[in-house]
Each structure stands twice: as structure tokens, then as C-alpha cells.
Design a protein around this ligand. Structure first.
Ligand SMILES: [Zn+2]
Length: 303
């Protein structure tokens, strides 16, 4: 009898909490991870883009329309990162809470200092997917704090009864992140100035924070695949620059990067640039733990 009563009460508690929680949909798992830190048990987070997918070209499955229809909050990176796939999903979701002017629509890039903002007229004829500047800013962990602040502000606005809770979680997240940033910078310090090449301009913020120098990209322009002759033109230049590492996201084809790395005498690293990029990268902290460790281990061996 006691057990039965206990179960009934637990079910009631579970039902009430489920209704009270903010339903948060994040475009990317990194934003989702920080939303979980800030929102704690007051939010339920669903992520659209997988850690093993290209954030510019997400497979916008129809099931996401249902997810967005139920959302209280939509969190997107902005700077046109998701422009190819998110607006049509939001359009089909018929949910006034997450339309662009609604309080439930959070664009995280608002307060971020974007790198590579074009100064001249924008020419999209070649399909550059970074027309407003580089949108891969979550790879600077200092920007993680700006993201957390935006999320705490949005959650507090929509659920003011728990505002103090969200702000306290934000502070805990920031303190933990600050400690980790010191740790990561210390690990990377001996390798300051190391030259690397990347596939896409995904690692500019990471490089800037941790003192790597990006000497070139496999893509001739963001979002444009290279021709064999373009790759061959890169070889002497990158070799001359003394590039030590070629960094490639998990979802890229590996054949061309392997060829390039071999030709210039560099090491190829598959570097997750999002939470979920591999099974070890489970949250925003382990993303940097993993990537920093990979780079440090590779450069230690190269010495
Ligand atoms: Zn990009």
C-alpha cells in the first residue's frame, strides 16, 4: 500500500515538473550543453544538429518541425550559421513563441565579437558561407560565458520565478570554465605559434585563444570543395610555412586531408568542433579537454 501511494505521488511530481520545465530547442549541441548547465532541472533540452554533422548543412528532418512546434525557447548561433536549414523548419513549426521577434527566440551571436567580418561588399557568387563573419565562435571557451549569459537572461525572462536559479547556475558554469581555461592555456602554452592548416575556417576562434597560427585551409572558400590542382598549389606553400598539423572535423572526407598532410610532412588530427563529435566529447568542457589533449599529444611526439 505504501509503495503504491509512493508511486502515485512520484508520478504526480514527475508530471508537474515536466509541465513546469522550459522546453528548449538548440540548433547545435554546444549551445544545448550550455543550456543544460544554465537551465539545470528546470529545462528540457533538445538539439537539432548532431555533433557529427556540418552545422552549415544539416539534414532538416521533418521530425524537427514537431519538436519546434512544442518549444518554449529556440536557441540559435546566428551570423547565418543555420540560414540554410533552420528558417524553413521554424516556418513550418507554426509556433509563435519562437518566431524571430518573440522573446523565446535567442540569437547567441548578438554580443559576440565575430572574427573575419567582411569589410567590402559581400560577394556570395562563390558560395561563401560566412557572409557576416566567422560563425564558429563557440570554439573560444571565453565565448562560452557570453553564451551562458544570453541563455540565463532568456530563461529568466521566460520563467522569472526561477531567475535566481538560472543566474546561480550561470555563475557556477563560469567559475568552472574559468578554471578550465587557465588549465587549457597552460597545456597549450609551450606550443604557442605552431602553424596548422584546417579544412574549413572552423578553428579560428580556438586558434586565437590558444596561440595557434592557421596557415591555410583545404577549402578555397568556406563551403567550397577544393579541386586537385588547388590542393597541389597548397603543398609547397604550407610546406614552406612549416605547418605541423592538419585539423579536420569528423564529418569531412579524410582522403584529401590525408594526402595533404603526407605531402607537407604534417600530422592529421580529426578534431571534433562540436559536442558529440565523438563519444568522448560529451559536453562543452570535454570538447576542449579532448581537442587540447589531441594537439598537445601530437606536438609532443613531433618534437
Ligand atoms: Zn563555417
Amino acid at each position: 500500500m505504501k509503495i503504491k501511494l509512493f508511486l502515485i505521488i512520484m508520478t504526480l511530481v514527475a508530471t508537474t515538473t515536466a509541465h513546469a520545465r522550459l522546453n528548449v530547442v538548440a540548433s547545435l549541441p554546444d549551445f544545448g550543453s550550455i543550456a543544460e548547465e544554465v537551465g539545470g532541472d528546470k529545462v528540457k533540452v533538445t538539439t537539432i544538429c548532431r555533433g557529427t554533422e556540418d552545422a552549415h548543412f544539416v539534414d532538416a528532418r521533418p521530425s524537427f518541425v514537431r519538436v519546434l512546434n512544442q518549444a518554449d525557447v529556440l536557441v540559435e548561433g546566428g551570423a547565418e550559421l543555420e540560414i540554410g536549414w533552420l528558417p524553413p523548419l521554424v516556418g513550418s513549426a507554426r509556433n509563435g513563441k519562437i518566431l524571430s521577434d518573440a522573446p523565446g527566440h535567442v540569437v547567441l551571436s548578438r554580443k559576440i565579437r565575430l572574427l573575419e567580418v567582411p569589410t567590402g561588399p559581400i560577394d556570395r557568387s562563390m558560395g561563401d558561407v560566412h557572409p557576416l563573419g566567422n560563425p564558429h565562435y563557440w570554439l573560444d571557451p571565453e565565448n562560452g560565458k557570453i553564451i551562458a549569459d544570453e541563455l540565463a537572461e532568456a530563461f529568466s525572462r521566460l520563467d522569472s520565478a526561477n531567475a535566481a536559479y538560472y543566474r546561480a547556475n550561470e555563475q557556477k558554469f563560469n567559475e568552472r570554465l574559468d578554471k578550465k581555461i587557465v588549465e587549457w592555456k597552460k597545456l597549450m602554452e609551450p606550443y604557442r605559434g605552431t602553424k596548422v592548416a584546417t579544412y574549413h575556417k572552423s578553428f579560428e576562434y580556438f586558434a586565437e585563444r590558444f596561440g595557434l597560427v592557421i596557415a591555410g585551409q583545404i577549402e578555397p572558400k568556406p563551403g567550397i570543395e577544393p579541386s586537385p590542382s588547388y590542393i597541389n598549389s597548397l603543398v609547397p606553400r604550407l610546406k614552406n610555412e612549416g605547418v605541423k598539423l592538419v585539423l579536420v572535423e569528423p564529418f569531412r572526407p579524410h582522403k584529401t586531408p590525408e594526402y595533404l598532410a603526407k605531402a607537407i610532412g604534417a600530422k592529421l588530427l580529426v578534431m571534433p568542433e562540436k559536442v558529440g563529435g565523438n563519444e568522448k566529447v560529451k559536453d562543452y568542457f570535454s570538447l576542449f579537454d579532448y581537442d587540447v589533449d589531441q594537439i598537445v599529444t601530437a606536438l609532443k611526439q613531433a618534437k
